[in-house]
Design a protein around this ligand. Structure first.
Ligand code: NAD
Ligand code: SER
Length: 317
């Protein structure tokens, strides 16, 4: 049994709900402490320790780390792209201060490993949008993207200056069935399933041809765990790794959903999230993740939709 104790900050969210259960299966329930400003899903609350934590409260973070003898932190608390545009100050403060609180814990030797996710939002309108490479022009024009780019710089800085073992992935838009997404631009690709099953129709807030990089949650969780378990010498990028799953547009996912629900109808009415989506890449080149730590995605659009349908149909029965 691994002797590490893991703290997940933001465990009640879309990724945290799945990640907590996966980490508990690896480390043992008692060694994975879930925390969030709000309570988590019943399976998270009932299977192991949970601590209420506002990550802006640094003293409380230290108290939890000491109490549980935490050795690793997965920092997931953040405001996502669409929400951060509506609350610029909170988006910047939360996304930046949470990271500095955690990196400083590592700097004073209290924890030995940190995971912090970046996003395809680090790229901007001047980035080549097809097969976007790891190293390219990065001029994000959203609060969220700016915070992710700054976060990447800080991760690399703490690794180079202080030897902190910090690891990161630029997630694409994530699709999952356990928890609802938390206010991003890619949320339509989760909402579509719930609305298709509830009412047989959905109005997309992105236009039909808006192609974005996406990934199914089991692939995202596996990428995260494989990155964190890889020997340190394999992790040659300490800002954040490009990873890719599959890319699709609203009309392509609608056509796939229709194979399972033939009467499904999709309409389109773009809102302010369209401009954010238009500034992001359409597809991602993840060759370096593949070379360095053997990353390989499994799910494509069809297999992801099939699995989402199977799981959500049980929920809506
Ligand atoms: P989410 O919004 O679903 O979850 C975030 C969690 O953080 C929520 O449970 C929220 O209650 C919690 N939180 C907010 N403020 C807090 C505070 N002050 N103290 C403690 N907890 C607080 O987000 P997610 O989709 O699970 O994303 C997790 C991370 O992954 C974020 O950094 C996000 O930027 C990144 N990411 C997500 C996606 C995606 O598609 N879901 C894509 C790229 C990157
Ligand atoms: N899915 C996230 C968002 O739309 C991308 O980081 O905000």
């Amino acid at each position: 049994m691994n002797k590490d104790t893991v703290l997940i900050i933001g465990a009640s969210g879309q990724i945290g709900t799945d990640l907590t259960m996966n980490l508990r299966a690896i480390y043992g329930d008692a060694h994975v402490v879930a925390s969030d400003i709000k309570s988590a899903a019943p399976e998270v609350m009932e299977t192991g320790p949970f601590e209420q934590l506002d990550i802006m409260d640094e003293a409380r973070l230290h108290e939890i780390v000491d109490k549980h003898k935490v050795t690793q932190i997965y920092l997931l608390a953040a405001l996502l792209s669409a929400t951060a545009e509506k609350n610029i100050e909170l988006g910047w403060n939360l996304n930046m201060r949470s990271l500095s609180h955690v990196l400083d814990l590592a700097r004073v030797g209290k924890i030995k490993k940190v995971y912090w996710p970046s996003s395809i939002a680090v790229f901007g309108p001047s980035t080549p949008s097809i097969n976007t490479p790891q190293y390219t022009v990065m001029e994000p024009n959203t609060v969220y993207g700016i915070s992710k780019q700054a976060g990447e710089r800080w991760c690399e800085y703490y690794n180079q200056k202080f030897g902190i073992d910090v690891r990161s992935i630029r997630y694409p838009g994530l699709i999952s069935w356990k928890a609802q997404p938390g206010g991003g631009t890619t949320d339509y690709a989760v909402h579509i399933f719930h609305e298709a099953l509830k009412s047989g129709k959905y109005e997309s807030f992105l236009s039909e041809k808006t192609t974005l990089p996406m990934m199914y949650m089991p692939d995202a969780i596996r990428a995260t765990l494989e990155l964190m378990e890889a020997p340190a010498e394999k992790i040659k990028i300490r800002s954040s790794y490009n990873v890719a799953g599959t890319s699709f547009s609203p009309e392509e996912i609608a056509a796939e959903v229709k194979k399972h629900i033939p009467h499904f109808e999709m309409t389109y009415k773009s809102d302010e999230r369209q401009a954010i989506a238009d500034s992001w890449p359409q597809s991602i080149n993840d060759n370096l993740a593949r070379e360095h730590w053997d990353w390989k995605h499994e799910y494509d659009l069809a297999t992801m939709v099939e699995d989402m349908m199977q799981n959500l149909k049980k929920q809506y029965k």
